[in-house]
Write a protein that binds this ligand. Structure first.
Ligand SMILES: *Cc1c(COP(=O)(O)O)cnc(C)c1O
Length: 376
């Protein structure tokens, strides 16, 4: 659980370290790859070699752990490197339960490497706890959740999933990229691990690639993740860590505005004649609204919707925007949207008329005006 301070204060002070020689208010970027040994030839202090640790990375890991209320954090060079470390940290022969509607990169990683890593895995619809229960095997060691899921916005009841996992002695890892730590803190509901693609809302400006695993406890599982981080070396550079800490200082205020804008746009889209269905957990009509409202303090900046038309017509609508940029990814201050199936490629599970919108921080009236002219 997040201790003592409020999220705005943690976001700012969690990574400000005034201990450098110059007493600078903002920490310097420590570009050195190596650090001087003690006379004994051993490591002197916290640092030896930057793949193992670095002052900027330590500041980043500290603030991320605090934001999620965890004891430890390992920062990676991408969200996928972070997710891969969790799967690789599982004991050989473990079985993992994964949501059917999971981020496509996660599905692809398991389908490509799962067997080689000696893992069994099952994709299931986690909206219904019974599906999770029915897929439990004697060797089920991890339940992996993503709520809202990508791109269909399925909501998983984290409290129930975590309680179920405890009964079988399995861990729960939650991909918290979409809600962000402002809207959801999986550790409060009993999750063991929280994953972030920091590329998205935490970076917030579409200019840093990064990932992180936050662990509720400094335990054996986390030690394995740490050794994968340090040994395989998919670590973020000191410059990226520094920039990400800078971005995180304003993240809670940005995220609140993403929530507000997305709610307005979701309501506009719900009433639009060219829109068949809107998937946004902040709409009362959403299938998972009640659970989302109970476990989230805001509904995030992502909206998916079904365009009333063919695949070609959906692509044309996306191409008609004047303000919203045609691009994948999400969480930037600028609004972006995409025909999701085209981005995901051949293995895509997304409906042919699904458009995924990352609502940015432009004025909502201007965004609504752009949606109006693009959809007509
Ligand atoms: C982007 C994303 C990832 C992957 O993160 P990268 O930083 O692109 O490697 C994982 N999960 C979700 C929900 C994402 O949106």
């Amino acid at each position: 659980m997040r201790k003592n301070k409020n999220i705005e204060t943690i976001a700012i002070h969690g990574s400000l370290d005034h201990s450098s020689g110059s007493r600078s208010v903002v920490p310097p970027i420590e570009v050195s790859t190596n650090f001087e040994h003690a006379e004994t030839g051993h490591q002197d202090g916290d640092y030896l070699y930057t793949r193992h640790s670095n002052p900027n990375r330590l500041q980043l890991e500290k603030v991320l752990a605090e934001l999620e209320g965890g004891e430890a954090c390992a920062a990676f060079s991408s969200g996928m490197a972070a997710i891969g470390s969790v799967f690789q940290a599982m004991e050989e022969g473990s079985h993992i339960i994964v949501p059917e509607d999971v981020y496509h990169g996660t599905r692809k990683t398991l389908n490509t490497f799962g067997k080689r890593w000696n893992l069994e895995f099952t994709f299931t619809d986690m909206r219904d706890l019974e599906h999770v229960q029915n897929n439990i095997r004697p060797n089920t060691k991890l339940i992996y959740a993503e709520t809202p899921s990508n791109p269909l916005m399925h909501i998983t009841d984290l409290e129930k999933v975590c309680a179920l996992a405890k009964t079988i002695n399995a861990k729960v890892c939650v991909d918290n990229t979409w809600p962000s730590p402002l809207n959801l803190n999986p550790i409060e509901f009993g999750a063991d691990l929280v994953m972030h693609s920091t590329t998205k809302y935490l970076a917030g400006h579409s200019d840093i690639l990064g990932g992180a695993i936050i662990s509720a406890k400094q335990d054996e599982m986390f030690d394995r993740i740490r050794s994968i981080q340090q040994g395989q070396g998919a670590v973020p550079s000191a410059r990226d860590c520094w920039l990400l800490c800078r971005s995180i200082r304003s993240f809670p205020y940005r995220m609140r505005a993403h929530n507000e804008n997305a709610q307005k746009l979701a309501e506009f889209l719900s009433d639009h004649p060219k829109v068949k269905e809107v998937y946004y957990p902040g709409l009362e009509s959403h299938q998972g609204y009640e659970i989302a409202r109970a476990q989230m303090s805001g509904f995030g900046g992502m909206i998916s919707f079904l365009f009333d038309g063919t695949e070609q017509e959906s692509l044309k609508a996306v191409a008609s925007s004047k303000l919203i940029t045609r691009a994948t990814s999400l969480g930037g201050i600028e609004s972006t949207w995409e025909h999701r199936r085209s981005s995901e490629g051949e293995q895509s599970h997304s409906p042919k008329n699904l458009i995924r919108l990352s609502v940015g921080l432009e004025h909502p009236d201007d965004l609504i005006e752009d949606l109006r002219q693009a959809l007509d």
